[in-house]
Design a protein around this ligand. Sequence first.
Ligand SMILES: *Cc1c(COP(=O)(O)O)cnc(C)c1O
Length: 421
Amino acid sequence: MAKLNPNYRKLSAGYLFPEIARRVREYSAEHPDQTIYRLGIGNTTEPLTPTILQGLHDRVTALGERGTYTGYGDEQGEAELRDALVAYYAQRGVTLDPGEMFVSDGAKADAANIQNLFAQGSVMAIQNPAYPVYVDSNVVAGRTGEYDAAAGAYAGLRLLEGSPDNGWFAAPPGPEQDEQLDVVYLCSPNNPTGAVATREQLQAWVDYARQHRAVIIFDAAYAEFIADPELPRSIYEIEGARECAIELTSFSKFSGFTGVRLGWAVVPYALRTEDSEQGELNRMWNRRQSTFFNGASNIAQSGGVAALSEAGQRESRALVAYYMENARIIRSALRELGLDVTGGDNAPYLWVRTPTGPDGQPLGSWDFFDQLLREAQVVVTPGAGFGSAGEGYVRFSAFGHRENIEAAVQSIRGKLRLPER
Ligand SMILES: *Cc1c(COP(=O)(O)O)cnc(C)c1O
């Protein structure tokens, strides 16, 4: 008799984005003539740039000819792309080896799969709020107990609470806390808060991890949105990180590859756990990828090589600049209305505190979501969907066509009824 994996039943309240879609559908059905402005899902909207298109086209052409056709490639990624990734890190003074690069079909799957490297009893620490895959993959892998709605947490998971006081980036446990975390997920620039860890904040985590032989899973999917040269874009810019950190990153947000699909993980040779030798985790991830994954699309990989060329990077930076101008437009409009906005200066997300409701209390995330939808027809993402610490906030995404961003902002300015200041 087959039995299902009971851990799926622990997943709380379904997935966030289907619930948003349901509410929008319901509203649209009641108001079929209203235009809806979507500032919710973090999905790119602007077309691929010429250099990248050329790379993709050339590979398609090559696949159509007997002399240049290729089938399965290396599971770790094509050598040309791994070399280009090494050169990309070298631009920032970070020296890595092609054997430490694992090309994938995106950072989300890597983020879900990476926990598989660690012992079942490991203490997993995850930022609150966070991109949902870190929590959900650990739930499905059976590393947690049930969801405790009152606590807003799964039994057995350690949450690193974000708040305005710590700039939405919790510090590691101090020496007086003497707490052992084994695997720590950090995302910077952060989805959903738009917060970026400073060099000092990351150094504190790297120091903690080295001292406690913990491993940091560093999600750098938005690294290229960092404009401030003082802020680290890779955890390997931090002294000692190679011994204790895996970096996950992606072409999705930098080069508009959300639909093309391409990312990479860095698993350094120097990385170790308490019970492993140097190089063992790198070999384990290689074994895992070789067994469970047949490599990223070769067409996508040629697109990635093109994206990392000098022209490709220049064009990708222009794409990022376009979205960051959107962020600036949204931020200045929301601030003019008196809303409390953070993020959006080194990340494509703005994190907005909900205004006061009729009863004088701050609105809940979903209440402000509903108000924005009903009054201004603007769809955002409720902060509570990213974890209990996101309650009282919503996320605005800066991905969108400029004219839609401007129309959304105008609708908010004209129609949203906020309490008197
Ligand atoms: C968008 C995003 C990713 C990228 O996922 P892909 O699978 O590479 O498209 C990874 N992490 C975070 C936090 C993201 O928001």
